[in-house]
Design a protein. Structure first.
Length: 458
């Protein structure tokens, strides 16, 4: 039963460990990877929407600039100024009304200007000169001006003569992207724009790439990046999000959910097995009681209450391990002289009564550490600890006196014979018993020598 209980405990431990490992590697890890892939996919999709929205903005800005610079009136007026047919003031007067109206209808436009060579023809809004000096004037360009966390898009568009297609001027338009970008992005996202590819190359070189939703994401440190270049502008973008912001809440939720599942499953398992443990505990208790009862039956002779022969055999087996070199005792071999006669004349019930009475007298005469064994049918072994032969004879004499007094009121007189031998810590008990047994038969009140073979000594 104890082994069964230990086996059940081992099963519970294995079940708990197995459930935990299954949850971690069979559920949590795959689920975590699946959630991460979905979150990466969502980030990639959102970033692409943001990118496409700004790309559409640049396309629209390009189309507006192309529409303005392709206007024949604009092209011809600038040609006339370039050829000296019109003065600066005359040219400005021709553009002034229409230019302001046109530019005021363009969303997020903060500044616009038409220039010819180094001469400003007409301007709208307030100019940001930080970027203009670095722009070429002979080709179309969209660039970015960054001031802290604010971005302005600069569009430079050439204006050509309708006569010989030579460049007579350029249109400069500056858009405020801050408002447009802030309306697109949630707080966890970051958007960086650059005129140079080197910024994105730096991120790529120190990142590990992740394929998601047909796009490549770049993970570096604690940030995930979506990188690229706009289709309608020579501008590079880097859209990023903090990894903890992307995964953190989901990771915590998954861990909490799995912990809850493990706890509920374990509690349910324990509750389901509570009755089993209770039953096992009850059975174990009954088993212990039964074992104790069986051991008691095995250790004691039920009739005489003396120790049994099986207990004596275990005592002999462990004898040398039980005592130290200072231990000694007297071993007394006791045999009934007339038990067979009592059985024959009065019956075995009377013989059993004699055994009970005599063993009780002997037990009542013993000290706490003394031992009485029923060695055979009517033979007993008495071990008197710390008792020399003289004292042992006195104790046996007192026992015989008690038996004699019992005979005064008994219908069948009891007679015993005994032999005494010294037992030391290093003695062979069976040798000592053989010596005591021989002395017992010498002291019998009959002259006929008894033949017996209770044991053999080599």
């Amino acid at each position: 039963m104890e082994k069964l209980l230990k086996r059940m405990i081992v099963i519970i431990v294995i079940f708990t460990v197995g459930l935990t490992l299954l949850s971690m590697f069979g559920i949590y890890s795959p689920l975590q990877r699946t959630i991460q892939r979905e979150k990466q996919k969502n980030f990639s999709t959102t970033a692409r929407i943001y990118k496409d929205t700004l790309d559409a903005f640049f396309k629209n800005a390009h189309e507006k600039a192309n529409l303005i610079t392709s206007d024949y009136y604009t092209k011809n007026t600038l040609r006339s100024f370039k050829d000296g047919e019109l003065t600066n003031q005359e040219t400005t007067a021709l553009f002034e009304t229409a230019f302001s109206v046109t530019m005021s209808n363009i969303s997020n436009l903060s500044y616009a200007e038409i220039v010819s060579g180094d001469t400003s023809i007409i301007a709208y809004g307030s100019v940001n000169d930080d970027y203009l000096d670095s722009l070429e004037i002979d080709y179309y360009e969209i660039g970015i001006i960054q001031n802290e966390d604010k971005y302005n898009a600069i569009i430079v568009y050439p204006i050509y003569s309708p006569v010989d297609s030579s460049m007579t001027g350029r249109l400069i338009m500056e858009y405020d992207l801050t408002q447009s970008m802030s309306s697109l992005f949630i707080s966890q996202y970051s958007f960086a724009l650059s005129n140079q590819r080197s910024h994105n190359d730096y991120i790529i070189n120190k990142s590990s790439d992740i394929r998601s939703n047909g796009s490549t994401l770049y993970l570096t440190g604690d940030r995930l990046y979506y990188l690229g270049k706009f289709e309608y502008a020579n501008i590079y973008y880097a859209i990023s999000i903090n990894s903890k912001a992307l995964y953190g809440v989901i990771d915590t939720s998954v861990k909490f959910s799995l912990l809850t599942i493990i706890s509920i499953t374990l509690v349910a398992f324990l509750l389901l097995n509570a009755s089993v443990f209770k039953k096992m505990a009850t059975l174990l208790k009954k088993h212990k009681v039964q074992s104790d009862a069986i051991m008691k039956i095995a250790d004691y002779d039920s009739m005489t209450k003396a120790y049994s022969r099986s207990y004596f055999d275990r005592y002999v087996e462990n004898f040398h391990a039980m005592y130290d070199s200072n231990w000694s005792a007297s071993l007394v071999m006791i045999d009934f002289d007339n038990l067979k006669l009592i059985n024959d004349q009065f019956g075995h019930i009377a013989g059993d009564t004699v055994l009970k009475i005599t063993s009780k007298i002997i037990l009542d005469s013993l000290r706490k550490n003394d031992l009485l064994f029923r060695f055979g049918g009517d033979e007993f072994v008495l071990i008197l600890e710390d008792c020399d032969l003289v004292l042992a004879k006195k104790i046996v004499s007192r026992i015989i006196s008690e038996i004699s007094r019992e005979n005064d009121s008994s219908n069948y007189p009891i007679a015993i014979s005994y032999g005494i031998s010294l037992l030391m810590y290093d003695s062979e008990i069976m040798t000592v018993i053989n010596e005591a047994d021989k002395m017992m038969y010498k002291n019998k009140n009959r002259n006929q020598e008894k033949k017996y073979d209770l044991f053999s000594i080599e």
